[in-house]
Structure formats: C-alpha cells, structure tokens
Design a binder for this molecule. Structure first.
Ligand code: AMP
Ligand code: ZN
Ligand code: ZN
Length: 415
C-alpha cells in the first residue's frame, strides 16, 4: 500500500513537467536564424543528417547558397545579418587592420569584437529592435555589442565551451516568455562542424560525427517547439557561412621567402588570404618581388586589381596588397611551415576556407522551413546578401539599405 502511494506520488511528480509545459498560443511571425559554421552545402547529401534533411525535404532547400568573399566566418555571418557585402559592412576579414583606428581586429580580441566602431550597416536584430520587436541571440558575430546604439534584448558573450544543449534550451525558455516580452527574431550558432572540418577534412568520419551531433540539436529544438504546440509555426532559416575544402599538408606556399618582409609595415598572416600593408613607397618593390616567384596556385593583387566579382576593394580595411591561393592551398611564412612540419605528418590532410567565393567547395547551406516558406521546394543558388531582406519580409520589418533584392529570393516564400 505504502509502496503504491509512493509510486503514485512519483508518477504524478514525473508527469508535472509535461503538464506544466505551457503551450505558446499567441506566436507572432517569428524567425530563428541558425548558423552551422562551415557546413558545406553537400554535407546534407554526404551525411544524411535526419532532422536537417527532413526540414529541407518538407520546406525549402537552396541547391546551395553563394557566400561572399572572403569566405571567412565573421565577414559572412555579418553579411547574412545585414544583407551587405563585406566591403560595405566593414567586417572585411576575421583579422583586419584599420589604418584610421590604427588597430587590429581579430576573433580572439574581445575588446575589439565588442567595440561598436568595427560594425557597419544594420543587422537584422537591430532592425527588429528599432521597429519595436524583440531580438535574442545565443551567439552570432555582431550581437555582443551595440550597433547603431542597439543590441539584442537577450544576448550572450561568445564562449565556445557552452554546451549546444544549453544554447537550444535557453532559446526555448525565451519562447516561454509572455507575448509582449517574447522575441520574434532569434539567432543561434554552432561551431562543431567547422572545427571538425578544419582538423580532419570535410570527408573525415569526425566531420560526419559533428554534422550528426549538430543535427541532434536541431531535433532538440523541433522537439521543444512540439512540446509548446508550435511545431511548424516558427520560421527556421538554417544557413552556413561558407564550405570547407581538403588541404593536404604539402599544399603550402612559403611566402615570406619571396620578398623583403622589412619593407612591409605589417603582414596579416592568414593561410587563405595574406594581407600586406607596405611601408611608405614600398608597394611596388613588394609586388614586383612576389609576382614572378608565385607558383600557379596563388595570385597577388593590388587593391585596385582585385577582380570586380569579389566586390572587395571599397574599404580602407582592405590591404594595398593581397595574396590569394587557390582553394586547397595555404600561404605560410617559414616559421609556420616549420611548426607544421613538427606537428603534422607530411601526408596528413586538414580543411580550410576563405578562398574564392565561387569555388564549389566554398558553397554554403540554406534550408528554410516554416509558415512563410513553400513546401518541398528546391531553389536555385542565390547570394547570402539576400537573407536579410527575406527575414525583414517575414517579420514585417522595413529593411535598412542593403545589397540584396527580395525579388532574387521571393520564390522561396509561400505566395
Ligand atoms: P574561422 O577562423 O573562420 O574558421 O572561424 C571559426 C571560429 O570562429 C569558430 O571556431 C568559433 O570558435 C569562432 N567564433 C564564432 N563566433 C564567434 C564570436 N562571436 N566571437 C569569437 N569567436 C567566434
Ligand atoms: Zn566559419
Ligand atoms: Zn573555419
């Protein structure tokens, strides 16, 4: 008897959370923008992640999304958020120098990442807040500072160690707020797939595992919606910032041995795009030294010569000289080359991105699912500058000036 009472009490207790989960009944048009860093467009077919595949099959999938140049994390996240090309929003690379500020920006420099002076344009969360809606970010480049004086109501300082489950569950608690406090615009970010792609290459088992791990988180989010009675009622936009290409350890070009480095004021050594700031009067000397020595897998450009299709010349943060390797190659200095030799076997492979935004391996992911979107629809590729207008349209916001055209993506919307 006593036992069965305990059992009943226990059962009632266990049942409470399910009963207590309030249904969300007064949902306004809502967008959750999810970025899966480094998720190459074809991982969906290569690795068949069940939750993402289901959302893509039942909703919209673009054959791929065209990233902006350079195909790096911060420039492309901020392009998705603003609808502006990097030269127009100012985050021209993960690492950059501003001659007016005489300062360098980098992902690890918290005080710069959180300094509004770097961030131009108007990201979607600012558009939403300015027009009376509420925005919430569980990570997204640009959400950790005020832009145009405005920050998302809810945001978190970036910490890659925060469990993905915590990110999802926190987003869900924001859905539980009363309608007048509940955000309509959410961002979420996962780095696992990019991390694995870099370390092990896009074809590695570890990358498959990372894709499946993030896919589980998408499942967790959809389950949370189900419990709240809003499955299929939230507009999910799932994107990546760029793809990933295999880089064999031997595919490297030692650049500092091709010119007199003392003629440069600074060199920003990033493997996929080296930015050279020459000392006064030394630009020609550096250019003329490097140009004849470069192998066929890399090119040097003066800022004025950068091909127009890169849309990458109109910002003071773009260096006077750029050296760009082909996809699958990296530029290094001697010190870095020696370090690589010590750390990695000569026949090892890794992964990288940052290259030509039209290189097939750089293609990004676009999946959309929700009441605003067509069902079971495959869209032709479009640029990632188009996502901002799409989000504004769904949320009923007037977009700030940007480089996209709603007409270019209207086909994904329900008529
Ligand atoms: P990338 O060097 O282009 O491969 O950048 C990817 C890395 O960016 C990830 O491993 C993340 O740790 C990092 N990252 C993403 N978002 C942020 C952020 N808001 N602040 C600092 N680092 C970030
Ligand atoms: Zn990235
Ligand atoms: Zn990366």
């Amino acid at each position: 008897m006593k036992r069965s009472i305990i059992l009943i009490v226990l059962l009632v207790f266990l049942a409470i959370p399910a009963v207590a989960q309030q249904k969300v009944k007064d949902l306004k048009p809502t967008v959750v923008l999810i970025s899966i860093d480094g998720f190459r467009y074809d991982y969906l077919d290569l690795y068949s992640p069940p939750n993402l595949s289901k959302l893509a099959e039942k909703g919209v999938r673009a054959r791929w999304m065209i990233p902006s140049f350079p195909t790096k994390t911060f420039p492309n996240h901020y392009t998705v958020a603003t609808g502006l090309y990097p030269q127009n929003h100012g985050i021209t690379d993960n690492n950059m120098y501003d001659p007016e500020f005489d300062a360098e920006f980098g992902l690890g420099k918290r005080e710069e990442v959180q300094n509004p002076r770097w961030w131009g344009g108007e990201p979607i969360w600012v558009t939403a807040e300015k027009q009376g809606q509420t925005a919430a970010a569980y990570f997204f480049p640009g959400t950790e500072t005020k832009i145009g004086g405005v920050q998302p109501t809810f945001w978190r300082e970036y910490d890659g160690d925060v469990a993905n489950e915590t990110r999802i569950d926190t987003i869900l608690t924001w859905f539980d707020l009363p309608a007048n406090e509940r955000p309509t615009m959410y961002t979420l970010y996962f780095s696992d797939v990019d991390d694995a792609g870099h370390r092990y290459s896009p074809d590695a088992e570890e990358t498959r595992a990372a894709v499946l791990k993030v896919d589980e988180m998408i499942g967790r989010l959809v389950d949370g919606f189900k419990k709240r009675g809003i499955e299929g009622k939230v507009n999910l936009i799932i994107v990546s910032d760029h793809g990933m290409v295999t880089v064999p350890a031997r595919n490297r070009i030692v650049l500092d041995e091709m010119f007199d480095v003392s003629k440069a004021e600074r060199v920003i050594w990033v493997g996929e795009i080296v930015q050279i700031w020459p000392k006064e009067g030394e630009e020609d000397a550096i250019y003329n030294a490097i140009k004849p020595k470069l192998p066929g897998q890399a090119k040097i450009y003066r800022k004025s010569e950068i091909p127009a299709r890169y849309k990458y010349s109109k910002n003071r943060r773009i260096a006077p000289l750029l050296v760009l390797p082909d996809a699958g190659w990296v530029l290094v200095n001697r010190a870095r080359a020696d370090k690589m030799d010590a750390e990695r076997p000569a026949d090892s492979v890794g992964g990288s991105h940052g290259y030509d935004n039209l290189a097939p391996e750089m293609r990004a992911l676009f999946i959309a699912n929700g009441p605003a979107f067509k069902r079971s629809y495959t869209a032709d590729p479009f640029s990632n500058v188009e996502v901002y207008n799409l989000m504004c349209h769904i949320l009923g916001l007037t977009p700030a000036p940007n480089d996209g055209y709603l007409d270019n993506v209207k086909e994904v919307l329900k008529k």
